[in-house]
Design a binder for this molecule. Structure first.
Ligand code: ADP
Ligand code: G6P
Length: 498
């Protein structure tokens, strides 16, 4: 096995197998924020990605993607259930998202989670050169940093959590809280989307492990673990280039015609997930129709809900509820040839997404809780002419950066209705001003800036960051975190309490 000096370890590979139109197996980019973000930088960087290709049974043989080598990890049916569908997506995912859905604590899943984490750690140890950097991603692999440190103490180990890291009141519900915390803290640098998360882990390390902690340093077992906020972003240049492509522009025009040339197109693009607030949004829209504040011939809603985690019960139930509600709204308010909601439960390629973003006068991104939400950033990047309105939940990490969006509390259905109308009726001058400010922010905070900031903090010599693709002309290389992180709030030391 060839070794690399940079290894990324993430549950999901950036490829999904899907059937091509002729029935053959075809690999396409997987939906989801993590794969979108990392794919953009790693394609051009000599590195190895250790991850799962979806499906069960022996790992498939996968081609390199540009200069990126792929090291697939196999999962059995029982592992898929216990590790991915169980502990990762029925325990950690809901708990880390404010428990908007009840987390399931099933004692049988823990051993599988540990065993699969060990398999990822062993694969990473095998493909990492001496003194290599290994960058572990997300809640599926929280035990990997410590396991890897035991296997390969020579490595530089980074961990980045793409989802929110909850406050102690929620995290301490976890029966395996001490092991999970120790697992993450096996890294040299633990990165989060928001400064609040670094504060939460400092409190937890103090309370549960008796560590000495500030909001950017945790002293544990004689070792210093650094923590900080590094808000993830998108490949802005890629989305801008797509949005300018003549075939995408004409596809967007065609879409508008097919939608009946309404005055306003409202668009939402989500994985079909209960954190995304799709039901609250449907309620708000249906009430606007009921109250006569919007009409179907005038405003059209397009809801893209890409299938996700389809065997997990809560996702099955959610899909049934959403599809029932879309059917009810269309039955009640639609007219022949004029549905109130165009509902698409399918994946799209990047160009199709860019065309959809261009068609949307109002982009509605209203998760109940979201680590970042890259869809909001993609929409802003795709609005080449500076028009368009973004309605954005206060509870998405992106809200801290895209402050000129129409910010909204998605739990407040009346507030959501008013904000939707406000965005639909805003003056072109107001929209242009808001969009210009958001586009300016994104220009300086793209995916490269994120990776550069994180890798420079991981390795102060700059050796890692230097290997990333060069920034587009006019954009200075960043060497510090993209946004300032509050520093040095000391958390009092307490006795460990397991
Ligand atoms: P999450 O990380 O929870 O999936 P994000 O909004 O951060 O949410 O990221 C979603 C990513 O998945 C975006 O890059 C988006 O373009 C992509 N995506 C969403 N819906 C689709 C779809 N129907 N087809 C293909 N990609 C999609
Ligand atoms: C979020 C998670 C990622 C995950 C993605 C898609 O972005 O943070 O780790 O890959 O959702 O979910 P899936 O279960 O399909 O990988």
């Amino acid at each position: 096995m060839r070794q690399s000096s940079l290894v990324v370890v993430a549950n999901r590979l950036p490829l999904d197998d899907s059937a091509a139109p002729d029935g053959a197996c075809e690999w396409r980019r997987s939906p989801g924020g993590l794969a979108s973000a990392l794919h953009a930088i790693l394609e051009q960087t000599p590195a190895t990605w250790v991850g799962w290709a979806g499906g069960v049974g022996p790992a498939p043989t996968l081609p390199d993607i540009g200069s990126l080598r792929i090291r697939p990890i196999a999962l059995s049916e029982a592992e898929l259930r216990g590790y991915y569908e169980g502990f990762a997506n029925s325990t950690l995912w809901p708990l880390y998202h404010d428990a908007v859905e009840q987390p399931v604590f099933d004692r049988g899943w823990w051993e599988t989670y540990q065993a699969v984490n060990r398999r990822f750690a062993e694969a990473a140890a095998e493909v990492a050169e001496p003194q290599a950097a290994v960058w572990v991603q997300d809640y599926h692999l929280q035990l990997v940093p410590q396991m890897l440190r035991e296997l390969r103490p020579d490595l530089l180990i980074g961990f980045f959590l793409h989802v929110p890291f909850p406050p102690p009141e929620l995290f301490t519900q976890l029966p395996r809280r001490v092991e999970l915390l120790r697992g993450m803290l096996g890294a040299d640098l633990v990165g989060f989307q928001r400064p609040q998360a670094a504060h939460n882990i400092a409190q937890l390390a103090t309370r549960l492990l008796g560590a000495q902690a500030t909001d950017d340093t945790i002293l544990l077992d004689g070792r210093t673990v650094r923590t900080g906020a590094f808000p993830v972003s998108i490949d802005v240049a890629e989305m801008q280039a797509l949005a300018r492509r003549p075939d995408v522009v004409s596809q967007a025009e065609q879409l508008r015609i097919r939608l009946g040339r309404p005055r306003r197109v409202l668009l939402s693009v989500d994985r079909l997930d209960y954190t995304k607030g799709i039901e609250h949004r449907l309620t708000a829209y249906s009430e606007l129709l009921r109250d006569g504040r919007v009409q179907v011939h005038d405003s059209v809603v397009v809801q893209v809900a890409v299938p996700s985690r389809e065997r997990v019960d809560s996702y099955k139930v959610l899909r049934d509820r959403i599809e029932g509600e879309v059917g009810r709204i269309n039955g009640e308010y639609g007219r022949v040839g004029e549905p109130a909601i165009h509902y698409l439960n399918q994946p799209f390629d990047r160009a199709e997404l860019a065309a959809l973003y261009q068609t949307a006068d109002v982009m509605v991104v209203t998760p109940l809780r979201d680590g970042m939400n890259l869809v909001a950033k993609e929409y802003v990047a795709a609005r080449a002419d500076g028009s368009g309105a973004l309605v954005l939940s206060e509870f998405a990490g992106a809200a801290a950066e895209l402050e000129d969006a129409f910010l909204v509390n998605p739990h407040d259905v009346d507030g959501l209705k008013d904000t939707l109308l406000q965005a639909m009726d805003a003056s072109p001058a107001d929209l242009k001003r808001r969009m210009a400010a958001m586009r300016e922010h994104l220009r300086n905070h793209d995916i490269l800036a994120w990776a550069r900031a994180y890798l420079t903090e991981l390795d102060h010599t700059g050796r890692l960051a230097e290997r990333l693709p060069t920034p587009p002309p006019g954009q200075p290389p960043r060497t510090r975190p993209a946004r300032p992180v509050p520093r040095q709030r000391t958390v009092a030391r307490r006795r460990p309490r397991a």
